[in-house]
Each structure stands twice: as C-alpha cells, then as structure tokens.
Design a binder for this molecule. Structure first.
Ligand SMILES: [Zn+2]
Length: 303
C-alpha cells in the first residue's frame, strides 16, 4: 500500500469539550467535565492529551497512515495538540483554530507557532465573524510567513457536528467564507501555503478561481463532501477531475476530517476518494502526491 498522510483530523481533547461547553453554558448546566460531555455525545472520554495522542497513533498504524495534521478545534486548546505533537513528532503536525478578532493576537500567534511549535493557523471566518480580506488576517499571514507555517482557511458551508449534537447554537455567517476574499492576501504572501478544506465546501468554483490566481492556494479533499448536493448531479469523480485540471495534483491534499473515538479514522472516506480518483483517471503519480507527497512537501519532518 502506498503512503498516506491525512491533512485534516480534529483533536477533540478533554479541554476542547470543556471550553466548548463553558462558552455556551446555559444549554448544559451540569456538564462541566469532559467525561460527562463525552458521555452525552456517545464518545469515549478523551482522557489526557498524551493518552489521546497514543490512541491516535494506534489508529493511524491500524490503517497504514504515516502522518496526520491534528487541529486544535477551539481557541484556547493549543496546548493539547502541542502535547500530542511533542509525544509523537514523527506522526503529527499541529494546527490550531485561531480567532484573529480575539485580544492579543500577536502574542497568541507567536506562542502557538513559536514556543508550542504548531505549524498551521486554522481560520474559521464564518464562525468568528470577520472578513478574510481584513487587515487582521494579513497579520496572521505575516506571522505564518515568519514561522514557516501554513494557513488553513475554512470556507463555504460550516456544520460542526459536535455543536449540533449538544444543541449549541451555530450562528455562523456563511457569506464570510468566500474563497475569493483570500486571493489578495494569499498573493501578498506567496511563500505561505494556504489550504482550503473540502474543495471550498460549496464554493468550489470560487476556490478553483482563487487557486488559479494564487499558486500557493491548495485544496483539501476531506470529509464526505456533502456540499455536492448544492450542485445538481455533481459526483466526487467530477470534483477530483475538475480540481486536478484547474489546481493540479500538486495542490490537492488528501484528508478525512476524522475526529472522535470510537469512530476513529474514517476509512470509508479514504476508500470513496480512491474510487473517485480511479473513476476520474487520476494517474499513479498524481495520486501519490495527493495522498502523501504534497503533505510531505508542505510539512516536512523537522530534524
Ligand atoms: Zn474539519
């Protein structure tokens, strides 16, 4: 089996669950501890970051995945992912959700990308309500350039399964997730790799336009890509064919969007994408780049 790297996994730590609920306490007054919240969700308790990291490594071994990007999926949970990466530096790279509108952005960025050695800033403009062409996003790119990090920008539809399951409100402004508003800032920082997940999650045309304009814009293939329902008759094979044609195989990164246990690594997503690449006539060389080569190029192992 050829090498596989996964650019999109969420590290749902104990602290992640606790911050999530603390931010919206009125809905779940009794659930203060991660174990209780995990129970409500039907998840295995995440335990400590180190234990969760070990579980992830076992899971990746089981499925033959060599490396994965783990995303700290709520602001304030950077330390959990940093601990996971420190324990298994050859298997994980750390990304972190960052809100550029929060206080002291420079200090937070410097700490996460410097001291904590995380390697990707994950932006969710629809969730945190800012424009991608805002000066505060420019400052994120500047920090990413200084630290040789990547910028991950979630565009398009945004559904956060865990919020839905817990009954937390999701007042996201989807208009703010337009990939076209990334092209100017991405052009100003040509050495900063940008990753737009899920082929733009509904904004595929805009994501491809932005990628066509900026050679540093990449797309990830992760999740079930259920946004395809907004396009009549669209299939995953057609998505791959079009993305390879416009952005090229060098700018597509395989991902699953795996997150919690016991579900673990989402093998069916991998299988569906392999079938789609077959049907789309993606050749062996291109497939290797998508599945692992581009990940290794953008996020090489650090000595
Ligand atoms: Zn995700």
């Amino acid at each position: 089996m050829s090498t596989v790297c996964d650019i999109h996994c969420h590290f749902f730590s104990s602290r992640f669950l606790e911050i999530l609920v603390a931010n919206d306490r009125r809905n779940l007054p009794a659930a203060e501890h991660a174990t209780v919240i995990a129970g409500l969700l039907g998840w295995d308790p995440p335990s400590t970051p180190e234990q969760l990291a070990d579980r992830w490594v076992k899971e990746l071994d089981l499925h033959g995945v060599s490396r994965a990007a783990l995303i700290a999926s709520i602001p304030g949970d950077e330390d959990s992912v940093a601990l996971a990466v420190a324990k298994h530096p050859s298997r994980f790279v750390g990304f972190f959700m960052f809100d550029p509108t929060s206080p002291e952005p420079q200090r937070r960025l410097a700490r996460a990308l410097g001291e904590l050695k995380l390697r990707g800033v994950a932006l969710f403009p629809a969730m945190h309500k800012y424009r991608l062409d805002d000066d505060r996003v420019d400052a994120v790119f500047k920090a990413a350039q200084e630290h040789q990090a990547v910028v991950f920008a979630h565009c398009g539809v945004l559904t956060v399964g865990v919020r839905k399951k817990l009954g937390l409100a999701s007042p996201f402004d989807l208009r703010l997730g337009d990939p076209l508003s990334l092209s100017a800032v991405a052009s100003r920082y040509p050495r900063v790799p940008v990753i737009i997940p899920h082929f733009g999650a509904g904004f595929m045309r805009e994501a491809l336009m932005a990628a066509d304009q900026c050679p540093n814009i990449h797309l990830d293939t992760s999740s079930s890509n259920s946004w395809m329902k907004y396009y009549p008759g669209l299939t995953l094979d057609a998505v791959f064919r079009q993305a390879v044609q416009v952005a090229g195989a060098d700018r597509l990164l395989f991902g699953t969007d795996s997150s919690f246990f016991p579900r673990g690594w989402q093998r069916p997503i991998h299988e569906a994408q392999l079938r789609a690449m077959d049907a789309a006539g993606v050749d062996v060389k291109a497939r290797e780049k998508i599945l692992a080569g581009n990940f290794e190029r953008l996020l090489p192992l650090k000595p």
